[in-house]
Write a protein that binds this ligand. Structure first.
Ligand SMILES: [Zn+2]
Ligand SMILES: [Zn+2]
Length: 333
């Protein structure tokens, strides 16, 4: 176990990240839902949640199946979720663990929008609040208020504490200072981006299927297959593995660091999320762009960042302090 008293300085935003809990409550025990939560349902989220899940039994339809569509689930997870959400929303925009050229950052953020997990500003604001109060009141999604609460229920219930301009002003001012992210927020661009990317999946499948088979009907079938597997199934899949970081890796697994929350590392969640499952490491050093700290804690997203750095597309990459200590120790010995 490694102590975390030397956590890195907070990124430059209104609220400090990784400062630990607002109250000295122990990680064990239960926590009430945030006081701002009322019984009101967030209907747009609830309807999307129900419709996407209700479509899943269509997986049994042979007409909708294609190996390409199936391949788009893990491939789409990497492209839209790991680079869009993990690398961009999380490690770049929320924690400022690296800096990319704006065109690349915006491109990755656009891929993140295609995961249908909120706009960049809202995702960042909620996640910063989670780090500020991890597993203590008023963490928006601690499993100490219920496992399923942390997995998805918190998204479907109105929480007055995570709405309104004051919330964005406090937690995501730096993100909304960027005109592209402000436009995504203000003009609901996220809905257009998601819709257009879904249409592109269908159109690409239609064109390829029609061209290769000479049959329009086969083109429609292949397009529908890519739309269903590559967009609908992949979206639900990436929802659940991302939500598992809030639920499972605050409940099950092992800990490298004595953090004041109940965050854990879980190898299966890390494999599925391309590195986000090394969550105890992440809570110990939120700014570090690498979430796998031990040699065997494989982090695909970190390897992507290393590649970007090697080709000159990422700079100011923050590495875990434990690596620097290990390197210094090796030099001394
Ligand atoms: Zn967490
Ligand atoms: Zn984080």
């Amino acid at each position: 176990m490694i102590a975390t008293s030397d956590s890195p300085a907070a990124p430059p935003e209104a609220v400090s990240i990784g400062d630990g809990p607002s109250t000295p409550m122990a990680a064990a025990g239960s926590v009430d839902r945030p006081a701002g939560v009322c019984g009101q349902v967030v209907w747009p989220y609830a309807i999307a949640f129900l419709l996407f899940h209700a479509a899943l039994p269509l997986m049994a339809l042979p007409w909708l199946f294609s190996w390409t569509g199936l391949l788009m689930v893990p491939l789409g997870n990497y492209i839209f979720c790991s680079t869009g959400i993990g690398l961009c929303y999380h490690r770049t925009l929320t924690h400022r663990g690296l800096v990319m050229p704006k065109w690349l950052e915006h491109s990755f953020a656009t891929l993140g929008v295609c995961s249908l997990m909120d706009s960049p500003a809202r995702w960042v604001a909620v996640h910063r609040r989670h780090h500020q109060h991890s597993d203590h009141q008023p963490d928006p999604h601690t499993p100490k208020a219920g496992f399923w609460w942390s997995h998805f229920e918190w998204l479907l219930r109105e929480n007055a504490e995570t709405r309104g301009m004051a919330f964005y002003e406090k937690y995501a001012r730096d993100v909304l200072a960027d005109r592209y992210y402000m436009a995504i927020e203000r003009y609901y661009l996220w809905a257009w981006i998601y819709g257009i990317h879904a249409a592109l999946f269908f159109a690409t499948g239609l064109a390829i299927g029609w061209a290769t088979s000479g049959s329009y009907a086969e083109g429609v079938r292949f397009g529908a297959s890519l739309l269903f597997w590559g967009v609908v199934v992949r979206t639900v899949y990436t929802w659940h593995i991302t939500w598992a970081v809030n639920s499972i890796t605050h409940t099950y697994g092992y800990r490298n660091y004595e953090t004041s929350d109940s965050s854990t590392n879980h190898w299966a969640i890390a494999v599925l999320t391309n590195g986000e499952g090394w969550h105890n490491n992440h809570h110990a050093e939120p700014r570090a762009a690498a979430h796998g700290h031990r040699w065997w804690e494989f982090d695909m997203t970190w390897n992507t960042i290393r590649f970007l750095k090697a080709v000159g597309l990422a700079k100011e990459v923050v590495e875990p302090r434990v690596w620097k200590k290990a390197a210094a120790g090796a030099l001394r010995s």
